[in-house]
Design a protein around this ligand. Structure first.
Ligand code: F6P
Length: 752
């Protein structure tokens, strides 16, 4: 019906406008026709009465003139007739002549077409005809025709014309509706056939309608696009990209806003004298999540830790980032010195960090730290609730700093989909059991719909821990924990980096990067370069790495003066005793090794750069190096390894990688080492430095294709697809509960 109205209403409007414009024309035309007819009639009457009137005038019999005029007025359409012998005479008349009509006034109208007079009796048409007798003028005959019949007929004509248009409108509307309905059905059938892949056929034995061919081609392309967007669901080899991730968000999650929560912020504003400098922190979490947020938009909630952070936010503590091309919102939360000391330095980094990493550093647990940890987790959870634009947002909670936030968000927003990702290893149940607040931490994490780890090993450890510590049911086939009548899926999502890298990171050719790094550090041409890039953290195995360099120079002394290892160590967690001691130890070790080999060569064996480096600078070192060494004693994933591989578009360079990183499970073509085995590490460095270019290329190619395929968009995309599946299942379950077809007492799948 709506479709028909779409045709009919404009059609009727156009017809009405047309009728409105045409009626006055028709009116004017009919009046003109009548006037012409009456003029002809007036001439005819004049000819008929000319003889009798002339005879009567000649005989001076005015009574007979009036008689003749009276006969003329017997015609009902003639209102009056008059005769003027001369302009000075008094008109002889029959009928009702307007009282003010004089013979002198008529001369101007003689022989002219009829003239309209408006009188109290109505419109009259005056025709004046000169009568001649024997070729000489005998006077003027005046005829006044009653025009009221013309008005009547004109009205009648208008009615007919109006009825004609109405009739026409109805007929055309009906025809249009019938044709539109038939065509629509045809189109519908054609589209359905096309969507079924049958093409736009009229019938099975007729060819495709040629006019529809361009449309059919467009539709086929569109269908192909949609299908390829859907492919990530079930195709492992799908090429994950920002566009694919966006498609998942839009199609699977209906464009739902994403809220990310982490301790570390992606951009730190620092005061530098009078000006403000923006820094990208050295953090695997930030490296991974930043491109995701640039793709998905949404809000990232994090601790505002920079000295100028407060100066640049709006009154809601928000700022749009990245600074040069804003794409998402950063919401900062503020912590007091005591809160930061207890929550971040204390419980998170003196307690949980050493608890989860096997680096032989004892965790320290203080009740006062735990109190601050709970308080700060509440601050973050409240910020999530404030920032959530709907009752069922997708909340991505990051890391060990915020273990209690999932439960807190779940309680405040029961319909939210909470995805928690634990970026560091999860220890075995015995190791975790030493934490005095183990049950509270597990309870907090099990507020998540999905809980992610980098490796299956860490998933296993978590599930074992839950089994040991809580009254929970663990399904070891599906890896779903049922706790407090709610379900949490425990899954492996190996994190990665953006692929391809931002072009500016690889813009300088490798040779230029090499020359620049050598020049900067006063190294000779052809000096071989090794590189390590880490936060200055005891889990990173920096001491072990430097000992391996020393051993290399001992065992293969040819490298003394020909090889320099550059270690970038970003300052981190300063003030924690264990870190301060570690950093002092590493500095002393560098000093000792350099002094030892200084006797043979003035070129330093090791250069320690204990300073923050922006991504552009870090990639210059990656590209300058012959070898990159990652020797973590224990690491959830380690994105430095993947960054090095991504940075080497020349397919050269060797990665030496600790077997205790998550990355070692994926980058099998790296030279894998045990960082505790100094000899093995030294031999690995030697093998890397001597590796033929062909082998370097072969290894690098394989690793690059892996990082390209398993990039960070895939990491986020797979979590979001799983979340979308949960949301659908939850909706279905809610519908079934509403129709009484399922048991509301069964555990809730908080895909939310
Ligand atoms: O790489 C593991 C990780 O926990 C990241 O998730 C996190 O960003 C970083 O280490 C911690 O560093 P910071 O204490 O400087 O944030």
């Amino acid at each position: 019906m709506r479709l028909s109205l779409r045709f009919i209403v404009p059609l009727l409007l156009v017809l009405a406008a047309f009728a409105y414009a045409v009626l006055p024309l028709v009116d004017g035309l009919t009046v003109r026709w009548f006037v012409r007819d009456l003029d002809i009639r007036a001439s005819l009457i004049g000819n008929t009465v000319r003889e009798p009137i002339a005879n009567s005038i000649r005989s001076g019999d005015t009574a007979r003139v009036v008689q003749a005029l009276t006969r003329i007025t017997e015609d009902e359409r003639v209102h009056a007739a008059a005769f003027c012998e001369s302009p000075l005479a008094t008109p002889l008349s029959a009928g009702t002549l307007p009282p003010d009509m004089r013979c002198a006034d008529l001369a101007a109208f003689t022989g002219q077409p009829g003239h309209m007079l408006t009188t109290p009796q109505g419109a009259l048409l005056m025709s004046v005809r000169a009568l001649e007798v024997d070729g000489r003028p005998a006077g003027d005959l005046v005829l006044l025709h009653d025009m009221s019949f013309v008005t009547r007929r004109s009205e009648e004509t208008r009615r007919y014309v109006f009825a004609l248009f109405v009739g026409l409108g109805i007929i055309v509307s009906l025809l249009t509706v019938v044709i539109a309905q038939l065509s629509w059905r045809g189109w519908e059938q054609g589209m359905r056939a096309l969507l079924r892949g049958e093409g736009l056929l009229r019938s099975s034995d007729q060819p495709e309608v040629p006019e529809f061919r361009p449309l059919a081609r467009d539709l086929r392309e569109l269908i192909r696009d949609i299908e390829s967007e859907r492919r990530p669901r079930d195709e492992d080899r799908f090429a994950w990209s920002p566009e694919a991730l966006r498609a998942v968000l839009n199609h699977e999650l209906r464009g739902q806003e994403v809220v990310v929560v982490s301790n570390r912020e992606p951009y730190i504003h620092m005061r530098k004298g009078e000006s403000i400098e923006v820094r990208r922190p050295a953090s695997g979490l930030v490296t991974a999540l930043e491109p995701i947020m640039r793709t998905c938009s949404g809000t990232w909630i994090a601790h505002g830790s920079g000295s100028a952070d407060r100066d640049v936010v709006d009154r809601h503590n928000r700022i749009d980032v990245p600074p040069d091309r804003p794409g998402y919102r950063l919401r900062r939360v503020w912590l007091t010195k005591e809160e930061e000391a207890g929550y971040y330095y204390g419980f998170a980094n003196e307690g949980l960090w050493p608890l989860c990493h096997i680096a032989h550093v004892r965790p320290t647990f203080r009740t006062s730290d735990w109190t601050q940890y709970k308080r700060v987790n509440r601050i973050f959870a409240d910020a999530v609730v404030e920032e959530a634009a709907s009752s069922d947002p997708i909340v991505l909670i990051q890391d060990y700093h915020l273990a209690l936030v999932p439960r807190m968000v779940r309680e405040a927003l029961p319909a939210a989909t909470v995805i928690t990702f634990w970026h560091i290893p999860w220890p075995n149940p015995e190791a975790f059991a030493i934490c005095p607040w183990r049950e509270e931490l597990l309870d907090g994490l099990l507020g998540s719909s999905i809980l992610g780890f980098h490796t299956q090993f860490h998933c296993n450890n978590f599930v074992d821990t839950v089994d040991r510590q809580l009254e929970a049911r663990v399904d070891r086939e599906t890896f779903v924990v049922s706790y407090r009548r709610e379900l949490t899926a425990v899954k492996r999502y190996p994190i990665s980096i953006e692929w391809p890298l931002s072009p500016e990171l690889t813009a300088s050719p490798v040779a230029e990067c090499r020359a620049e790094v050598r020049r900067r550090h006063g190294l000779p041409d052809h000096q071989a370069i090794g590189v390590g890039v880490d936060r200055f953290d005891y889990t990173k195995g920096i001491e072990e790495r430097l000992r391996a360099v020393e051993r290399l120079l001992e065992r293969w002394p040819d490298w003394v003066g020909r090889f320099t290892f550059i270690q970038i160590a970003a300052p981190t967690r300063g003030g924690i005793e264990e870190y301060d001691h570690y950093q002092t130890r590493v500095r002393a070790l560098v000093e000792r090794i350099n002094t030892r080999f200084a006797a043979v060569s003035s070129v330093p064996a090791i250069i320690l750069l204990s300073a923050h480096h922006e991504p552009g600078a870090v990639h210059q070192y990656y590209r300058a190096a012959e070898v990159c060494m990652v020797s973590s004693l224990h690491d959830g994933m380690n994105l430095v390894a993947k960054e090095f591989v991504a940075s080497r578009d020349d397919e050269r360079g060797v990665l030496v990688l600790s077997q205790f990183t998550g990355a070692a499970r994926e980058l099998a073509e790296a030279v894998i080492v045990n960082p505790y085995d100094t000899d093995e590490c030294a031999a690995a460095l030697q093998a890397a430095l001597e590796m033929p270019e062909r082998e370097q290329r072969a290894r690098m190619r394989l690793m690059r294709s892996l990082v390209a395929e398993f990039n960070v968009f895939r990491w986020a995309g797979r979590m979001l697809i799983d979340a979308a599946g949960m949301r659908k299942r939850r909706r279905l379950r809610d519908r079934l509960i509403n129709t009484g077809r399922t048991d509301p007492g069964s555990p809730v799948d908080r895909g939310a």
